[in-house]
Design a protein. Structure first.
Length: 510
């Protein structure tokens, strides 16, 4: 059996992994009386009568900030690692990931994390977990808090060339000599500072191919939409999926550079699952498969053994795909003319907010033929979690709401990668324009009622802050996502049901 390529770890980062306490807001308060129209960073627009009241959480570098409607810091946490995503828990704790780039050189890709931890309001570690060894596993991109307190995490697992070919992968689609499987792992905190894996789903258990008849998963791809074609690899991989012209060619109406790089067809990060969400009503998980421009839904009502097979569980079909949507070419159910998703992010089930039971996602777009982004809401064709069809090419017929004008029209925006969306309790939607580092809140009619331009510039191991009155012309200000919490969210109850004192402090812009 061919082994995986060897990866040498970088200098030990263990000395960097000490905890750093939360900060007391301090410093400049000069923005409080500055008219919105004179601001260049921070909150540039707000309509208090129409916006969702509350506090917005976002991470940049090693910092996680909680700000009020005017962009004033009410709380912040500092990590010893770069943080990709963080969520407030009902008890006021923060669940966050952390980058292990120094310890995991085998997984150099967008969204790479490696570490998951829960910290208190005062930034004290409650529990932490890492999928190890880092030469084989690495968590990435997203976390999801379950109603029972468990946590779902995405995780890569390296597969060797031999393992890939045993699954029917074509040799010409192995330019890196390996591929990465995507896992969904459920962690249960053990009360002793760690967590245990209590459930797992793997894409590798649900593959089909029509290349090698000597493999057990050989079959008619079009006849099995419940399985994933191991040889569906868009030309030039992730770079090609984002820019069909190659190497950043083409017009740039967004003011941003389009995605660059030639990429490799069949590259090791061939799926790049970048978001997930759990629906407790259906007991199902939705996964955003970025490179192929599709989301899939799988059953969580299984044991781990059932999840690895094709029978059992709530659905009776094990861990097979229950429903898939976005690009009919992947399952050979249609043509490119019916594709409606393009390198999407932030695919989420909606529950407890307007649009209950639907799917909300950020549809990034693609150069040059779909060079604009949108936030789209889709109704799922199911009855009590049972789907009318395992694949939908209905496209816009199932779309019930969208925000994002076409290219050339007023208000059009284009985000080549990352980015996110959140449906708010009042029916508005919070949109994260990731590469630009901009958060906007829009009403159901598409009216913008709040805009925040992040002043936080991400540096190596530190952050800097833009000066109010200056325009951001260089530097990295990107955000993976922002999340709004209403004032009555349980996280703000404090200890003993006594509300936390959320005193507005400084603006981040200096």
């Amino acid at each position: 059996k061919e082994s995986l390529p060897h990866c040498e770890a970088g200098p030990s980062a263990s000395s960097q992994h000490s905890d750093v306490g939360s900060h007391t807001p301090r410093g400049n308060m000069s923005n409080s009386n500055m008219p919105l129209e004179e601001r260049t960073v921070g909150v540039l627009d707000r309509d208090d009568a129409k916006m969702q009241e509350g506090y917005t959480l976002f991470s940049a570098g090693r910092e996680t900030y909680l700000i009020d409607e005017d962009g004033r810091v009410v709380h912040e946490w500092r990590s010893s690692r770069n943080v990709f995503c963080g969520y407030l828990l009902p008890n006021g704790h923060l669940l966050r990931d952390g980058s292990e780039n120094l310890e995991a050189p085998c997984f150099q890709a967008g969204g790479a994390a490696g570490f998951v931890e829960e910290v208190t309001w005062d930034n004290e570690v409650v529990w932490s977990h890492a999928m190890t060894p880092y030469s084989t596993f690495l968590t990435h991109h997203d976390l999801h808090i379950m109603p029972n307190g468990n946590v779902l995490v995405l995780c890569w697992q390296r597969k060797s060339k031999d393992e890939a070919m045993a699954a029917g992968r074509r040799p010409d689609l192995l330019p890196d000599g390996e591929v990465w499987d995507d896992l969904v792992v459920e962690l249960a905190p053990d009360g002793k500072g760690g967590a245990a894996v209590v459930w797992k789903w793997s894409m590798w258990d649900h593959l089909v191919q029509d290349y090698d008849p000597n493999r057990s998963n050989f079959g008619d791809v079009a006849a099995h939409p419940e399985l994933f074609d191991v040889n569906f690899c868009p030309p030039r991989g992730k770079a090609g999926a984002r820019n069909r012209l190659g190497n950043g060619a083409g017009p740039n109406p967004s003011g941003l550079e389009v995605a660059k790089g030639e990429g490799k067809t069949g590259e090791k990060d061939w799926l790049h699952i970048n978001a997930m969400s759990y629906d407790a009503v259906r007991d199902q998980i939705v996964l955003s498969v970025n490179i192929v421009s599709e989301f899939i839904i799988v059953d969580h009502g299984t044991t781990t053994d059932e999840a690895s097979g094709h029978s059992g569980g709530k659905s009776g079909t094990g861990g097979d795909i229950l429903y898939r949507f976005g690009n009919p070419q992947v399952a050979r159910q249609g043509s490119h003319k019916e594709q409606v998703l393009f390198c999407q992010h932030s695919v989420k089930f909606l529950r407890g907010v307007p649009g209950d039971g639907n799917i909300l996602l950020f549809n990034n777009g693609r150069a040059p033929d779909r060079q604009w982004s949108s936030v789209d809401e889709y109704r799922l064709p199911d009855h009590n979690g049972e789907y009318e069809r395992s694949y939908s090419s209905a496209g816009r017929k199932d779309r019930v709401w969208t925000f994002g004008p076409h290219i050339g029209r007023r208000g059009s925006f284009y985000c080549t990668h990352i980015s996110a969306c959140q449906r708010l309790p009042n029916g508005n939607t919070l949109v994260t324009m990731g590469p630009q580092g901009i958060l906007v809140e829009v009403t159901p009619d598409g009216e913008e009622v709040w805009r925040y331009v992040s002043p936080v510039m991400i540096l190596e191991g530190a952050v800097g802050y833009a000066r109010q009155g200056d325009t951001r012309t260089s530097g990295r200000f990107s955000l993976f996502f922002g999340h709004r919490y209403a004032p009555n969210h349980p996280a703000f109850n404090g200890d003993g049901d006594q509300p936390r004192i959320l005193t507005p402090g400084r603006h981040l812009e200096v």
